[in-house]
Write a protein that binds this ligand. Structure first.
Ligand SMILES: [Zn+2]
Length: 385
């Protein structure tokens, strides 16, 4: 298959990474031994931060900017990020071993915190104990030991002003346990996690493949349009048998979540070649706007409330019941994909059929100022239905 695409719902993308994660597994073992050596040799502190996952953070999209790591990641489905995704159906699973395990949250600068909440998965091995640790003079200092933690639990540990907190599991026998919903709080306000308003969306086209190349993702430069790409360009779908196909004028677009239609270009008139040439010329030196006819073509915008909106571009049709004010449900068909606003439409061909979808969070496009790796991870949270 085309290696530049990955599906968030299928195993295509992740399936290709098995060897990669095997390599990471070896590296993790190496880092753990480095880490243990570091303690005895008084090596620089950075060795304590080695772990199974890339350091990522979501900036303003999480309540507080934080990074996380853990001692192990058994599969891409069960890595550390699942601890912080506000999703109770996903979990972090440790490896089967007697070695200690840990999860680390790094706030980058000192931060006041006073409570930890956790959930141990139903099928997890019993956890004998865990320790809450903070770094003190480059050594981990245990501030609280929780013996026989309950399945769903919390502990107030007094006000701690620390930049890094570690949950340390001193395993003594071969076991594999799983956790979900790890939360660090200050006076009941959560410091770690993805807000629920930014999770649980469904993909805008059933079984669509999300492109992996930067050019098709938000934030990519569009010099010829005097700006940057603000959306996700979706070109391909995959069926149950794993066959990939491009979209056509009948490919349905669905609402990514419940919401209210705030724009529906029912009276859209197709772009002529002359329109297209004029607009292209103008936008070489002017930023694209959504005020008038532009490259977005026939559009639908949905307000999902809580500061989240989506815009569907290049549609070939809008479902007959859709107009401004229509309430839509998650997964409901709202139109069909197409190439409106693009040269394909101006030429009267089926070229360039795709869905360009933008997701605006508090008026800013999703992906703005995010690194590619962060955005991809974020998309997993966002489309997590
Ligand atoms: Zn696009």
């Amino acid at each position: 298959m085309n290696q530049s695409y990955f599906s968030l719902l299928n195993k295509i993308y992740f399936g290709q990474k098995i060897i990669h994660y095997f390599t990471i597994g070896i590296l993790v073992s190496f880092f753990i031994s480095c880490s243990l050596n570091a303690r005895s040799n008084n090596k620089p502190i950075k060795n304590y931060f080695k772990g199974s996952e890339e350091e990522i953070h979501f900036g303003r999209l999480s309540p507080i900017d934080f990074k996380f790591r853990s001692s192990s990641c058994t599969s891409t489905y069960n890595c550390t990020h699942n601890l912080f995704d506000s999703n109770r159906s996903t979990e972090w699973i440790s490896k089967v071993s007697s070695e200690p395990e840990w999860v680390l949250v790094d706030f980058s600068s000192k931060r006041l915190m006073n409570r930890l909440e956790w959930e141990i998965s139903e099928n997890s091995a019993k956890i004998e104990e865990f320790q809450i640790q903070v770094l003190f003079h480059e050594e981990w200092q245990t501030i609280r030991t929780i013996a026989s933690p309950p399945g769903i639990g919390s502990v107030n540990f007094g006000n701690i002003d620390a930049s890094t907190l570690r949950i340390y599991f001193p395993k003594s026998k071969e076991s594999q346990f799983s956790l979900k919903n790890l939360r660090i709080l200050l006076n009941n306000s959560i410091l770690t996690g993805i807000p629920q308003r930014l999770t649980g969306y469904t993909l805008p086209i059933p079984n669509v493949l999300i492109p992996e190349d930067e050019y098709s993702l938000p934030g990519a430069p569009r010099k010829y349009r005097n700006g940057i790409h603000k959306g996700l360009d979706l070109f391909q779908v995959i069926n149950k048998e794993g066959n990939i196909s491009v979209m056509n004028f009948n490919t349905p677009a669905v609402a990514i979540n419940d919401g209210e239609i705030v724009r529906a270009d029912i009276d859209y008139s197709p772009m002529t070649l002359r329109d297209f040439t004029e607009i292209s010329e103008y936008n070489k030196s002017h930023p694209v706007t959504y005020v008038n006819k532009d490259f977005g073509g026939r559009q639908i915008w949905i307000d999902h409330k809580n500061g989240v909106m989506s815009s569907y571009n290049h549609l070939s049709a809008i479902s007959s019941h859709i107009k401004v004010g229509t309430k839509v449900r998650k997964g409901e068909i709202i139109g069909k994909v197409g190439n409106s606003g693009l040269k394909g439409e101006a030429n009267g061909t089926a070229e360039q059929i795709h869905l360009h979808i933008e997701i605006w969070i508090d008026g800013e496009f999703l992906g703005n100022d995010m690194k590619l790796s962060e955005m991809k991870k974020f998309l997993q949270y966002f489309f997590s239905e």
